[in-house]
Design a protein around this ligand. Structure first.
Ligand code: HEM
Length: 507
């Protein structure tokens, strides 16, 4: 690091301390802020709180400061709500006021400062993007059009695993094959495309770039430069890597998928043959032709689906399988239900999922204990607002600790236990769609997950088929799978992708 930069940074720091002290003196009188640790100038609470703002650490702060607290992270205000009542206030009652999104320096890069749908503020652009994406992605018609594809992909997983002798002996990292399946499920919807195998070079490239995007965005290591602008020069290298990954990724989406689809669509129309059903991209390109969105917006829609749909569902499948391996008695019950309702060997399809309450309960319990997005996607208030009698300064980052709402022993019976029965007994009325503010795995209200309509049947079909066809076991010499968690900015997944033994079942 050159000395000049250091000198400038120190000078900047000094000046900023003076300004911040003056501003905080002036502001302190005006606002009644939520409770929290006492901030120091410039750094706020960052030096005390650190970078790792995962759901468990934030739960510990809620126990100390209450159902609403504020951390001043450098220049950013972070407000965390941890009760069903306040979740309702943020997501429902004041859903418009708190319906925007914050982006940090890294998300600004990956979303072109909010040209996408997931990370844009609540307003005209968001409404337009959500409307344009609804018909091609988020309706029951899409489910009906694609369910045979999802069933075929799950069947292909079962076949491939059966063909691999290692699977039944030392075990395999099942996630790798499930990842291919999830890409195929979503790329069929988007582009009517699929990848033949895990070695398909295009799939390998795509997976690597998406993996880099997730890692770079979810990491806590860039927080310091986001919170404290004068430290941003130190982040230059990191942000440059983000920019490179973003450019390569969008180019890949364009060259190999969007442009290819344009060619297919033009061949179809020139031969005057409407040749089958439209895929999502056909609808999106129509919106572009009408001038409703531009080419960048099209690419950001592809970007959003890649991150919002594939990894989240994959993490949830992975958690569900890990819990089933670790709970043989629950696995047995799932299988008995499948055998009784469908008949032994009759493979589960989407319409069956509605007749399998125990399997549904297993999925709900997985999403409760192992919530893939435990803090939801950060919300934001564009203007000064009020919450529980406190002032919330404009542009605060609002996290709803949905994981704690669903794992608080004051609200749930033995929440630390993986017990699907709770959703058939004391919590029988609770659904995943947000009908109870203690259980919000997909959020609720304006910015809730529109992908729930696809995620739930995909989860049921995949987990159902695996239980039907295999005995799922830990690898030899291991009693249980390691379910240590790894949290990110707002994600939660399993730390180590498990090796699982899958013994084919004889009917
Ligand atoms: C198990 C799988 C999934 C989980 C747990 C999940 C969870 C979530 C959560 C918690 C949010 C944020 C809600 C909020 O901030 O209030 C969200 C947003 C979103 N999800 Fe999902 N999701 C899943 C699958 C999907 C799928 C399959 C798709 C698309 C096909 C999808 C598309 C989206 C989009 C576009 C948003 C942003 C909505 C907006 O900002 O208006 N998700 N998801």
């Amino acid at each position: 690091m050159d000395l000049l930069l250091l000198e400038k940074s120190l000078l900047g720091l000094f000046l900023a301390i003076i300004v911040a002290t003056m501003v905080s003196k002036l502001r302190g009188k005006k606002f009644k802020l939520p409770p929290g640790p006492i901030p120091v100038p410039i750094f706020g609470n960052w030096l005390q709180v650190g970078d790792d703002l995962n759901h468990r650490n934030l739960t510990a702060y809620a126990k100390k400061f209450g159902e609403i607290f504020l951390h001043r992270m450098g220049q950013r205000n972070l407000v965390v709500v941890s009760s069903p009542e306040l979740a309702k206030e943020v997501l429902h009652t004041q859903g418009v006021e708190f319906g925007s999104r914050t982006r940090n320096v890294v998300f600004d890069i990956f979303t072109g400062k909010g040209q996408d749908m997931v990370f844009t503020v609540y307003g005209e652009h968001w409404r337009k993007m959500r409307r344009i994406m609804t018909v091609p992605f988020f309706t029951n018609k899409v489910v009906q059009q694609n369910r045979a594809g999802w069933e075929a992909e799950a069947a292909a997983v079962v076949d491939d695993v059966k063909k691999n002798p290692e699977a039944a002996t030392s075990g395999i990292v099942l996630r790798r094959r499930l990842q291919l399946m999830m890409y195929n499920n979503m790329y069929r919807i988007m582009f009517d495309r699929r990848f033949e195998s895990e070695d398909d070079p295009l799939f390998v490239k795509l997976k690597a770039l998406n993996g880099e995007r997730s890692r770079l965005a979810q990491s806590f290591e860039y927080n310091y430069g986001d919170f404290i602008p004068i430290l941003r020069p130190f982040l230059r290298g990191y942000l440059q890597i983000c920019k490179d990954v973003k450019t390569k990724r969008l180019q890949l989406f364009k060259d190999y998928f969007v442009d290819e689809r344009k060619k297919v669509a033009s061949t179809k129309s020139s031969s005057n043959n409407d040749g089958g059903l439209k895929c999502a991209m056909d609808h999106i390109l129509e919106a572009q032709q009408k001038g409703e969105i531009n080419e960048d917006n099209v690419l950001y829609i592809v970007e959003n689906i890649n991150v919002a749909a594939i990894e989240t569902t994959l993490w949830s499948i992975e958690w569900g399988i890990a819990e089933l391996v670790n709970h043989p008695e629950i696995r047995k019950k799932v299988r008995e239900e499948l055998d009784t309702v469908l008949g032994p060997g009759v493979q589960i399809t989407e319409p069956d999922t509605h007749k399998l309450p125990y399997l549904q309960a297993v999925i709900k319990e997985t999403l409760r204990l192992r919530m893939a997005i435990p803090l939801l996607v950060p919300h934001m208030n564009l203007h000064d607002a009020k919450l529980n009698g406190y002032d919330i300064p404009a542009e605060s980052k609002i996290l709803v600790n949905a994981w704690w709402l669903a794992n608080n022993p004051a609200q749930w019976k033995k929440p630390e236990e993986f017990r699907p029965e709770r959703f058939l007994e004391e919590e029988a009325k609770v659904e995943a769609n947000g009908n109870d503010f203690r259980y919000l795995p997909f959020g609720v209200g304006r910015r809730s997950c529109p992908g729930i309509i696809l995620a739930l049947p995909i989860l049921c079909i995949t987990i159902g088929r695996l239980v039907q066809n295999f005995e799922l076991l830990p690898p030899p010499g291991q009693a249980k799978l390691d379910t240590t968690e790894k949290g990110g900015q707002f994600s939660l997944h399993i730390m180590k992708h498990s090796t699982i033994v899958l013994k084919p079942r004889s009917f």
